[in-house]
Write a protein that binds this ligand. Structure first.
Ligand code: DUR
Ligand code: ZN
Length: 136
């Protein structure tokens, strides 16, 4: 097995483990994410809901914000998983946050607990994302 494949397997395992940590009393829809930093560290995240529904933080953003708050800002790979029929689809807010912190070509593996997989990239998830360069 290629070392990258091994890292992806580790990311899938960690994202799946996060399904148990999800705080989802309203949707009962747990989501897990695992983000690989350039220096090989993994930051995982789950969705965290709130009685004021709009305050909910998705799994992807939890993982990204955990990493950024620990000083990590260069990322190589993201895995997202959930109990969906096909590969899970990140929401628009998470796609925009991904575009902020991850390069356009960074791979994102969308999967589920049945083993369905869709490999995509940050720019495929949000073509034409609004970026800091647009503020001129
Ligand atoms: O990619 C996704 C899609 C949805 N959710 C969460 C938000 C909310 O808690 C629940 C239902 O939308 O799933 C995520 O965390 N990531
Ligand atoms: Zn989201």
């Amino acid at each position: 097995m290629h070392s990258t494949d091994q890292k992806v397997e580790e990311l899938i395992t960690k994202a799946t483990d996060m399904l148990e940590k999800a705080y989802v009393p309203y949707s009962h829809f747990p989501v897990g994410a695992a983000l690989l930093t350039k220096d090989g560290e993994i930051f995982s995240g789950c969705n965290i809901e709130n009685a004021s529904f709009g305050l909910t933080n998705c799994a992807e953003r939890t993982a990204i914000f955990k990493a950024v708050s620990e000083g990590k800002k260069v990322f190589d790979y993201l895995v997202v998983t959930g109990d969906t029929d096909g590969p899970i689809s990140p929401c628009g807010a998470c796609r925009q946050v991904l575009a902020e912190f991850c390069g356009p070509d960074m791979p994102v593996l969308l999967t589920n607990n049945k083993g369905n997989k869709q490999l995509t990239t940050v720019s495929e998830l949000l073509p034409g994302a609004f970026k800091s360069e647009d503020m001129v």
